[in-house]
Design a binder for this molecule. Structure first.
Ligand code: NAP
Length: 241
């Protein structure tokens, strides 16, 4: 990742934080876009010898994202990669789901990827680049109680393939990673019984670690993934295959 600048959205914790730390450990500079304070991770990355900046923004806000990407170019000189990772859930069965539950999840999980991708592709047209969208197993196979979330994550897959087709010849690769159940704040509310049922359904017999996702994102962003675009990689311990 030497001489690369990667923007990671939602990088203050969970999967995004793991991705940011792993890319920095591989020698890349990392910029975090998060609504939460991320100064501790920025400090951590700088101590390891890489450049790092943090912009406290809501990635579902089109104008904020455009301004932040311009600032990245000014501060860091380039943007080589983007990881659209920020995401939320607002789970309810369809009949109980409110319009605002639908809108909020679609705005933060899907529109944010449009905002960030559109803003970086302007620059990547000249330099090439690589983009990874963090989808979900729910977007691939659906999940009761997550119609809004699954729709946003399935939407990311269509978005990934379309942008990959549009800009492949300009040297921009776009891929998606679809995690299964990963140990983060998002899944910590699972009770013991659901956890046990889950373990039985996962052939590898464990929940995923955030690093399991970070390693695959690194592979896709790095030269090892240089002939891969428009692909969706499932990282779920075999829960869906
Ligand atoms: P997480 O621990 O909740 O982290 C998500 C991060 O995104 C948080 O730092 C959050 O900030 C930030 N964020 C939320 N809304 C934002 C916004 N509007 N603008 C900027 N930042 C925002 O979640 P995670 O488990 O690491 O998940 C990361 C991604 O992986 C998500 O897209 C998720 O859907 C996907 N995924 C996760 C799993 C899993 O099992 N964990 C499985 C499949 C897919 P706050 O702390 O302020 O909310």
């Amino acid at each position: 990742m030497k001489d690369t600048v990667t923007i990671v959205t939602g990088g203050s914790q969970g999967i995004g934080r793991s991705i940011a730390e792993f890319l920095a450990a591989k020698g890349g500079d990392v910029v975090i876009f998060d609504i939460a304070d991320s100064s501790d991770i920025v400090q951590y990355i700088r101590q390891k010898g890489q450049r790092s900046e943090f912009y406290q923004i809501d990635v579902s806000n089109f104008n904020m994202v455009g301004e932040a990407v311009d600032k990245v170019i000014k501060d860091m000189g380039r943007v080589s990669n983007l990881v659209n990772n920020a995401g939320i859930t607002a789970d309810k069965l369809l009949l109980r789901m409110k319009e605002e539950d639908w809108d909020r999840v679609l705005q933060i999980n899907l529109k944010s990827a449009f905002n960030c991708t559109k803003a970086v592709v302007r620059y990547m047209l000249k330099t090439g680049g690589s983009i990874v969208n963090i989808s979900s197993i729910a977007g691939v196979m659906g999940n009761a109680g997550q119609a809004n979330y699954a729709a946003s994550k399935a939407g990311l897959i269509g978005f990934t393939k379309s942008v990959a087709r549009e800009y492949g010849e300009r040297g921009i690769r776009v891929n998606a990673v679809a995690p299964g159940f990963i140990k983060t704040r998002m899944t910590e509310s699972l009770d013991e019984k659901s956890r046990e049922t889950m373990f039985k359904a996962i052939p590898l017999g464990r929940l995923g670690e955030p690093d399991d996702i970070a390693h695959v994102v690194y592979f896709l962003l790095s030269e090892y993934g240089s002939y891969i675009t428009g692909e969706v990689i499932n990282v779920n311990g075999g829960l869906y295959m």
